[in-house]
Design a protein around this ligand. Structure first.
Ligand SMILES: N[C@@H](CCC(=O)N[C@@H](CS)C(=O)NCC(=O)O)C(=O)O
Length: 338
């Protein structure tokens, strides 16, 4: 991070931490009638607009799910496209209520930025994309390569660690937007494009001949991606956190966009709690009894959203892998709704 932007970031974090003690984001959002959600500038599968400005993606669904839980209307979201560099300032300044933009949960981001991660929407890791014509089969063959990367990301830092750790030389060519980075890679300004593996798949779709490019087998880091909120507003932290958990728990409970009305009539205790026919868990969050129904009706359960946006039902066709539920061989695990 450049010095001036670091100073601004820290000043905003400090200013905000005093203000945030009294923040009531849920009330502000309700009064405004709209959620303001920070997303990427266009990353297929995660957050990208079509030519009519209609946003879709896994990160977008988290925002729609929050809006559905609050307003019973997943369209009440203003999407704010943000570069990697600008995303945290937008959260700190209050321009957005939540950042849902393929952002890696790290210790320093969880502390010094004056923000909290609310969970993991996608367990990712960093990888490398190369032209097949280079005939490179492993990242360990990349000594002296030139590497295209986006600034303001964990990607930049991992790249340095990996090459240093393996005694390899490299030249960084850094850009502030994904489009510039990918264009530079495609035009041959660098040998390699590095980012989170999911983003390599997403960006590869934008290349004129995707089949000419290969993702190398090495995954060099842990990139747990998740939504972020400001420090100092525990109610809002809970709302965002439990919206994501509700999507994951709905999948585990077998609740889908199609069967949600039927399941809401069930006598099963865990379904009665989730659907608010027993107890007042939704109200405890500052929401309504039917908050889980609202979420699932708007975006489906976690697995449905995953499949539609990045998984088998999408162009990216990414395997569930680590993002499968914990009881099906993955590590997606949400605390119980009780
Ligand atoms: N997960 C990493 C990387 C996030 C990131 O911004 N990756 C780029 C790689 S393509 C991206 O998504 N750019 C999209 C954009 O700038 O709109 C982080 O949190 O720092």
């Amino acid at each position: 991070m450049k010095r001036a932007s670091l100073v601004l970031t820290l000043a905003l974090a400090a200013a905000f931490s005093t203000e945030a003690a009294t923040a009531q984001t849920l009330k502000t959002v309700k009064d405004r009638g709209m959620l303001s959600c920070g997303v990427s500038q266009g990353l297929p599968g995660f957050s990208s607009p079509d030519d009519k400005g209609n946003w879709t993606g896994l990160d977008v669904d988290v925002c729609r799910a929050i809006a559905a839980a609050i307003f019973n209307d997943g369209t009440k979201v203003k999407f704010v496209p943000l570069s990697a560099k600008d995303r945290f300032t937008a959260l700190q300044s209050g321009e957005i209520d939540v950042l849902s933009r393929n952002t890696t949960w790290t210790l320093s981001r969880d502390t010094s930025l004056g923000a909290n991660f609310t969970g993991v929407t996608y367990y990712d890791g960093q990888g490398f994309l190369v032209k097949k014509s280079l005939k490179v089969n492993s990242a360990l063959e990349l000594n002296s390569a030139s590497v295209c990367v986006q600034t303001g990301t964990t990607t930049e830092q991992n790249l340095a660690d990996y090459f240093k750790g393996n005694n390899m030389k490299y030249e960084v060519i850094a850009f502030s937007t994904a489009d510039e980075t990918v264009k530079a890679y495609e035009s041959g300004r660098c040998d390699v494009f590095t980012s989170d593996v999911s983003q390599l798949y997403a960006e590869r779709l934008k290349l004129s001949n995707p089949a000419d490019h290969a993702v190398l087998p090495e995954v060099i880091s842990k990139e747990p991606l998740g939504p972020m909120v400001r420090h100092g507003d525990d109610q809002w932290f809970d709302v965002v956190k439990w919206t994501l958990y509700a999507m994951v728990d709905a999948e585990e409970l077998g609740v889908t966009q199609k069967n949600v009305d039927e399941m809401a009539k069930s006598d099963k205790p865990e379904l009665k709690r989730a659907f608010g026919t027993d107890g007042n868990l939704g109200e405890q969050l500052g929401l309504t009894k039917d908050w889980v129904s609202r979420i699932v009706k708007a975006v489906g359960n976690y697995g449905e959203s995953f499949d539609r946006n990045v998984g088998a039902g999408s162009k990216l066709a990414i395997a569930r892998g680590l993002n499968q539920l914990w009881n099906k061989g993955g590590i997606q695990y949400a605390p119980p709704i009780r």
